[in-house]
Structures are given as C-alpha cells and as structure tokens.
Ligand binder design. Structure first.
Ligand SMILES: NC(=O)C1=CN([C@@H]2O[C@H](COP(=O)(O)OP(=O)(O)OC[C@H]3O[C@@H](n4cnc5c(N)ncnc54)[C@H](OP(=O)(O)O)[C@@H]3O)[C@@H](O)[C@H]2O)C=CC1
Ligand SMILES: CC(=O)[C@@H](O)[C@H](O)COP(=O)(O)O
Ligand SMILES: [Mn+2]
Length: 376
C-alpha cells in the first residue's frame, strides 16, 4: 500500500470520451494515482461505470449520476478536491474554457485539448507561468517532441495519417458521408477530431499547438504523412543528429507519460518495427486545401482572432456535417468564410474575455454560413 502522500490526485475533464476512458485504463494499470473527480457531458452510463470502478465521489455534469456528489461547475469541483493533475480531454471551446479554469487549481495539466492553445495559447502559457503549473502534452505528436526535446533544435517534424480521405480519388472527396469520414485508418478517436483528421484541420491545430508549446517559428515545424502513424515526431538538432519518436498508435502511451513524467512507468507491448512503414511523404495541397489555407494564414499573420474563428467555425461545421446538414466540402467553405469575416475586422485580442467574445462572434457568423449552405 503506497503512503497517502505519494498518491497523486487526478481529475479527468471529459472522462467518458476517447481520451477520458483511456486515461481510466492507464490509471488502473499504474500505481500512485487516484481519480478524485470527473466531468462529462451526457453519457451517464459510462460515467457511472467509471465512478463505480474507480470509487470516484465527485463529478460535474448537467446529468445526475445517482450517487456521489454533483457539483454545478468545474471550478467548484476543483476547489473541493485540489487535484495534483488535471487531464483536460474536452474538445472544442468548452474544452478551452475548462482548461483555463483548471489552470487555477492544479500543479499539472495533462493537455489533450489542443484547442486551448489554438484559441488562447499566450494566455494559457501566461497563467501557467504565473501559477507555476506544468503543461504536459497528451497529443501524440507533441508528447513525442516533448520527449525528444533539447535546446539545440534546428526544427521539428510532426506526422499525419492523412485521415479517411487519403486514398479516395479527389473527385469523390467532396461528397463523402460521415460514415466514410469516421473510418480513421490508424486511430480510434472522438468524432470531431476524426473529421478534422480528414480535412487536416487537426494537423493545422497541431502546427499551432507545437508553435505555442515549443516556442518554434512556423517555418521550423514540418508536417509529413506517415501512413502507419508509427512515427509520431522527429527532432532535428543543429549538430546534424535526427531523433525519431515512434511506436504503435495507442493513446494510452502518451497519456501515461503525461501522468508519470519525468518517470516512465507504463507497460505496453513493444511493436515489431517490421509491422509498420516508416515512410514519410508530402501532404498533397489538392487533397487538403483547408490545411494549406491555414498554413498560408499563419505565414501571413499569426494572430489569435482568426485562430479562434478557425476553431469555432470548424466545431460548428463538423457538427453540421456529422448531423447530415452540410456536405464534407461545405466544412471548408464555412471555415474559410468565417475566418475571412473575422479577419477583415482586425480584432486585437488583449484578454481572455476578448477570446470568449471573438468565439461568440465567430459562432454567429459560422451559423449564418451553415444556414446558407443548408438552403442551397
Ligand atoms: N481521441 C484521441 O485519440 C485524441 C484526442 N485529442 C484531443 O483530446 C480532446 C478530447 O478528444 P476525444 O477524447 O477524442 O473526444 P470525445 O468526443 O471522445 O470525448 C469528449 C468528452 O468530453 C465530454 N464533454 C463534452 N462536452 C462537455 C462539457 N461541456 N463538459 C464536460 N464534458 C464534456 C464528453 O462527454 P459525453 O461523452 O459524456 O457527452 C466526453 O467525455 C480533444 O481536444 C481532442 O482534440 C488529442 C489527441 C488524440
Ligand atoms: C492520436 C493523435 O494524436 C491524433 O491527433 C492524431 O494525430 C489524429 O490523426 P491524424 O494524424 O490523421 O490527424
Ligand atoms: Mn495528434
């Protein structure tokens, strides 16, 4: 039995989702971690299972679990339990808001919610610095670069699988159905990020995430396709050395590392390298137009207002696509139009309140554009 003091108290925000449930799996294998609270949306069954399994007493949700203590909001839960680690695994702007709250009440953020860095990176880092909070990336590519990181870096490379559209003839991509797009070739993930893998908005997010996490200029962040998702990240050092981080595509590995860092305590079967291809290939501009549109924007002006619009519009457009309201191609149309509308106003973001207001404004524009696509 471990002494009480060495047990790390963990709260999982978004516990019933892909990252959340894999975090539960990992904690059940590791010693020295106790889940003391969770938050979730509507999957009460899954929440009940987790709370019974791990004897969790506290939760946040609009839904009643039937046992344990329900808190009205994340802040109240975190104030009560004072966790050592918060796993941030809520997608979208709800996840941004939850991450910003969590930064005030813990010493380590295990960050899966990349949207927090896309929409509010400078503010997230400022609060983390002021409050002495570690931000350890869960995102597989960023966990890889974090593990390879050393100061003498020339540039980094993160990989992409290419998503469900990677082998589809270009002329058929626009009208692919949600069921086609949700068939990710290498990872099993939540709906939003799976669609984002096919538009490569996910990789655009990840380029921004790497910029914020590792303070690298965008021309020092390369992206290549690795079809097996075996290579996660590469670091090129100024002395010519290249360090490659690889392994089977299993999110429990980076999740475990974000919990146990600086130690490595998780156990998982070691992949046979011959099973995976190590090839890297270029990303096709014609297949992933939104990715290149975003890269061009980053080169032209990396400011938060259009990054907030990117997330807001993509979140609404992906939801509209998944509910069959708009086509796969319409996602690009809605995102580009929303970004252009916000960008034309040259909004300067000087506070977290500005982030919230710009998100709201972008959502109102995106809703209009979605309505117009629906009515066509
Ligand atoms: N899945 C993956 O492999 C990876 C995910 N990520 C990132 O991790 C984050 C989570 O992704 P993923 O796990 O795939 O997402 P899922 O859609 O699988 O899960 C989302 C979780 O968030 C919960 N949730 C939704 N809204 C709220 C809310 N308002 N308050 C509290 N909980 C809420 C959901 O609850 P419920 O289901 O009960 O409604 C669910 O538990 C995203 O930012 C994603 O980009 C990054 C790398 C890999
Ligand atoms: C597992 C993970 O880190 C995801 O972000 C993954 O990268 C998504 O797949 P793509 O590489 O196809 O975007
Ligand atoms: Mn990733």
């Amino acid at each position: 039995m471990e002494e009480k003091s060495t047990i790390k108290k963990v709260v999982i925000l978004g516990a019933t989702g892909s990252i959340g449930t894999q975090t539960v799996d990992v904690i059940k294998q590791l010693e020295g971690f106790k889940v003391v609270g969770i938050s979730f949306g509507s999957n009460v069954e899954q929440a009940r299972k987790i709370m019974e399994d791990l004897k969790v007493d506290y939760y946040v949700s609009n839904k009643e679990v039937g046992f344990g203590k329900r808190f009205e909001n994340t802040q109240q839960l975190l104030e009560e339990v004072a966790p050592d680690i918060v796993v941030c695994a809520i997608p979208g702007f709800e996840g941004v808001k939850a991450t910003i709250v969590a930064l005030q009440y813990t010493k380590r953020i295990a960050l899966a919610t990349k949207e927090a860095l896309v929409c509010a990176g400078p503010f997230v880092k400022k609060i983390a610095k002021e409050k002495h909070v570690e931000i350890i990336p869960v995102d597989s590519e960023h966990s890889a670069v974090f593990q390879l990181y050393e100061p003498h870096i020339e540039k980094i490379l993160i990989t992409a699988s290419g998503g469900a559209v990677r082998d589809v003839p270009l002329k058929y991509i626009s009208d692919l159905k949600p069921s086609d797009i949700l068939k990710h070739p290498t990872w099993s993930m939540g709906g939003r990020i799976t669609v984002d893998s096919s538009t490569m908005v996910n990789k655009l997010f990840e380029v921004i995430e790497a910029h914020e996490l590792f303070d690298l200029e965008y021309d020092k962040i390369e992206v290549k396709i690795n079809r097996s998702s075996f290579i996660h990240g590469i670091v090129f050092l100024k002395d010519g050395v290249i360090k490659i981080h690889a392994g089977k595509p299993d999110m429990r590995i980076p999740i475990a590392y974000a919990l146990t860092y600086p130690e490595r305590k998780y156990h998982s079967s070691v992949a046979d390298v011959s099973e995976f291809d190590l090839l890297l290939s270029d990303v096709e501009r014609e297949r992933y137009p939104l990715f290149f549109y975003g890269l061009d924007m980053l080169k032209r002006k990396d400011d938060l207002s259009w990054r907030i619009a990117l997330n807001a519009a993509d979140e609404l457009a992906v939801n509209a696509f998944l509910s069959g309201k708009i086509s796969f191609k319409d996602i690009e149309t809605v995102v580009r139009k929303t970004i252009e509308r916000i960008d034309s106003q040259n909004i300067i973001i000087t506070s977290i309140e500005d982030v919230y207001k710009t998100d709201e404004l972008a959502r109102s524009y995106a809703k209009d554009f979605i309505e117009r696509e629906v009515q066509k």
